[in-house]
Each structure stands twice: as structure tokens, then as C-alpha cells.
Design a protein around this ligand. Structure first.
Ligand code: ADP
Ligand code: MG
Length: 402
């Protein structure tokens, strides 16, 4: 094997500089063992050494669950489980993209023959996430086509488990494609770009996962604000260790419609509050938009939720009546592709969770003690289970124990 220093490892967590850090191939240690395994996979499939490695971490969100797509800030941190790409350009007319994975049974090898591809999760499975990152870079290239690539992937972020394996994959793909094509983006640019390109998969994500993937730094969590994207270090209590338990229940976000249903329920609730408050409602996309347009505090917003929305389900026709639109118009203004056929929406409970969770993030930032965080996490979980219906009995059996 060639010695250290022959290849670059582009790592997103190791530096606090604007650009992702390029570090030499490690000489020894755990990191070396991990990279050697991906390197061997690459060599066995493609018959040569990769040119670069890219490493992107998964993340855990400490507080601020399901509020990023509503415009509210969150507080995640990177975890050591990561996704690693080993990649090289192919200077020939061969296929555009060859992808192999260290878990071929779960994620079979796939070849994307040419540069005219569409993104189809149904057809391409895991490769669709890689194509999101590729397409994100492609959209920024005006005068030249992307080069062909061969990529070996090894992931250690448990998938569908709330630790954001999908975004680690999309971000690693974006970073790899950019680096191989000699394009330099800052970490902030890549966080924004990858948040929008993961949406090619059809999920209306908010941007937290991609932001922390690129902007995490060692030893602290990050307070992430959106629009514009801004991150601030959150010093964790001394000697705190976070243990993540896995309920063994998984959820594939893009293959089911519940995630987007929550996004749309929050949007519809916000649009109804705006309409009933007498302000233009069609431009409202997120809960934070009504707060800004009405200049109200979170506390006042909660009062408006109680005033204008009732508990329980709303039918689609009832929502159309309130907003004075046809079902087709509602589809165009408020819904997403995979929520067009949903007939029943829960509104008040959903935004009650969002506003109370935004408040919990603010409370944690005021006083970052471990006891305080424990109480807030328990309240967050209860709100997710009760009002947001985004938990599972297997998760509800646990409480935050200090
Ligand atoms: P989460 O992001 O919470 O882990 P998602 O449902 O958003 O869950 O994304 C999970 C999907 O990401 C998987 O179904 C798979 O397509 C892709 N994925 C995750 N890890 C890997 C991996 N190691 N290799 C290939 N694809 C992966
Ligand atoms: Mg995901």
C-alpha cells in the first residue's frame, strides 16, 4: 500500500475554517483502519487506488425537533459514526458514475450510464441520494460538464434512525463531486446547496442535517439559525457524555409520506392563522413567517394558535373552505407531490409542538446546564409523541434519565 500523504482526506469536522479541511491519509490508528477498508473495496472493484477520501459525520439533535423546516433554530452536534467515500475521476468515455458499497446486500452496486439522469428513489434506491449531491454541484457548473467518477461508499450511521445517514450521504457526494471537479465551495455554501439538493428526493427537509454535517466542530454542539444560515458554538456541560439508545424501530423518511405531511400540516396551520388574522396568507410557507409578518412573540403566537385552530382533524374540503380555494389551488399553493392525495390533516397539535419546541430551544440556550437539558429533552419527546405523532411506542418507553 502506498504510504501516508499520497491521498487527501477531505474532512468536514476537523476544522473551523471556511473551507472543508484537507488532511493527509492517516499513518495509523482507527481512522487508518477504516480508510484502508474503503480503499481496499475501491481497489478490488476498480483496480486502482482512489484519488480522494471524503468523510462526513451523522448527527444527533439535542433539542429542536422538527422545527427547522418551520424556520426555527435547532441545536445538533456531530457524532463519530460517519459516511466515507473513496473516489476517483475517470478520464474516459465510459459510464458517468459507478457506485459500490461496503454493504452490497443492503445497497447493491449501481452504474449510472450517462450524464442525462433523473433522480428516482424507487428505481435507484440509495444511489438516488448520491445523485442529489452530484446534481447539486452540476447545477453550479455553467461552462463544463462533470467528469465521470468511480466511488466506493462505506456508511456507519444507522439508517432511518434519526441520525441523518441520508444527509451524510448527500453531503459526502456533494463534497466529493465538487473536489473531483475542482470546484471550491465554503462550508456555508455547501450546507445551503446540499439542503436544497437533498430535496430532489422529494422530502421537504429544513436544512439542519446538512448544516451540521458541514459546520460541526469538535467538542461542542451548534446553535443553527436559518435564513440566513448562522451557527454558534454551544459549549456542552463539562464531562457530559451523550449516549444514544436505539429503539430498533426505523423510518425511511423519503419512502413514506409522514414527514412531508407534517411539513404541510404546519404550512396549512400557518396559512389559516394568517388568513384569520387578516394578513396575506398565500406567501406563508413556514410557521416563522406568521411570527415575522405579525410581529408577535412565541407566547403570542401560541395564543393565536388556540384562538384560530381547533384540535382534531380537518378535512381537505374544510381547509379549502376556510382558505377560500379549490382543491387544485390548495395543491398548488400548499401541498407537495406526495401529500396531494392526503384527505385529513391535524393542525393545532402540530403547530403547538413547533412553537413549544422553538421555546425549548431558546430556554436551553439561556442556561446550558445538563439538568436543564434533561428536563427539556423529556418535554420535547412528550410533545413529539403527543402533539406531533412522530414517535413510536418503543421510544415512548424511555425517558431521559439523569
Ligand atoms: P436517516 O437520514 O434518518 O438515517 P432517511 O430515511 O432519511 O433516514 O435515509 C435513510 C436512507 O439513506 C437509506 O434508506 C439509504 O437509502 C440511505 N443510506 C443510509 N446509509 C447508507 C449507506 N451506508 N450506504 C448507502 N445508502 C445509505
Ligand atoms: Mg434523512
Amino acid at each position: 500500500m502506498p504510504g501516508p500523504g499520497l491521498m487527501v482526506l477531505v474532512d468536514t469536522v476537523m476544522s473551523s475554517t471556511d473551507l472543508p479541511q484537507v488532511v493527509p491519509y492517516p499513518e495509523d490508528g482507527r481512522s487508518r483502519v477504516r480508510l484502508d477498508a474503503v480503499r481496499n473495496l475501491f481497489k478490488s472493484k476498480f483496480g486502482r487506488d482512489p484519488e480522494i477520501f471524503v468523510r462526513v459525520p451523522g448527527r444527533v439533535n439535542l433539542i429542536g425537533e422538527h422545527v427547522d423546516y418551520c424556520g426555527y433554530s435547532v441545536c445538533p452536534m456531530a457524532i463519530e459514526q460517519d459516511i466515507v467515500f473513496a473516489a476517483a475521476s475517470v478520464p474516459s468515455d465510459g459510464p458517468f458514475l459507478k457506485l459500490v458499497n461496503s454493504q452490497p446486500q443492503a445497497y447493491p452496486d449501481i452504474t449510472i450510464p450517462n450524464k442525462k439522469y433523473d433522480i428516482s428513489l424507487k428505481r435507484d434506491g440509495w444511489a438516488a441520494y448520491v445523485l442529489c449531491g452530484v446534481k447539486g454541484v452540476e447545477g453550479t457548473m455553467k461552462d463544463r460538464p462533470l467528469v465521470n467518477m468511480e466511488i466506493a461508499v462505506s456508511g456507519r450511521v444507522p439508517p432511518g434512525s434519526g441520525l441523518s445517514s441520508s444527509s451524510a450521504l448527500v453531503c459526502a457526494s456533494l463534497l466529493t463531486t465538487a473536489h473531483i471537479n475542482n470546484i471550491s465551495f465554503t462550508k456555508y455554501e455547501m450546507a445551503d446547496l446540499s439542503a436544497s439538493c437533498e430535496r430532489f428526493i422529494g422530502l421537504e427537509g429544513g436544512g439542519m442535517d446538512q448544516a451540521i454535517a458541514f459546520l460541526a466542530s469538535k467538542g461542542c454542539a451548534k446553535h443553527i439559525e436559518f435564513n440566513p444560515l448562522k451557527t454558534t458554538d454551544v459549549k456542552l456541560p463539562e464531562n457530559a457524555v451523550f449516549v444514544i439508545g436505539h429503539s430498533l424501530v426505523t423510518k425511511k423518511k423519503a419512502e413514506t409520506s409522514e414527514y412531508n405531511t407534517r411539513v404541510v400540516e404546519c404550512r396549512l396551520a400557518s396559512q389559516i392563522i394568517a388568513k384569520k388574522s387578516g394578513i396575506p396568507w398565500r406567501s406563508i410557507r413556514k410557521v416563522v413567517d406568521i411570527q415575522n409578518d405579525l410581529s408577535v412573540t412565541l407566547h403570542e403566537l401560541m395564543a393565536l394558535i388556540k384562538q384560530h385552530l381547533r384540535t382534531g382533524t380537518y378535512s381537505k374540503s374544510e381547509i379549502c373552505e376556510i382558505l377560500e380555494v379549490t382543491e387544485d389551488e390548495l395543491g398548488q399553493i400548499s401541498l407537495s407531490q406526495n401529500t396531494l392525495n392526503i384527505q385529513k390533516f391535524v393542525l393545532r397539535e402540530r403547530v403547538t409542538h413547533v412553537v413549544s419546541e422553538a421555546h425549548r430551544v431558546a430556554s436551553w440556550l439561556k442556561e446550558t446546564t445538563i439538568d436543564g437539558l434533561g428536563a427539556l429533552m423529556t418535554a420535547s419527546h412528550n410533545s413529539m409523541a403527543r402533539d406531533y405523532d412522530a414517535s413510536d411506542p418503543a421510544c415512548d418507553r424511555y425517558e431521559v434519565i439523569l
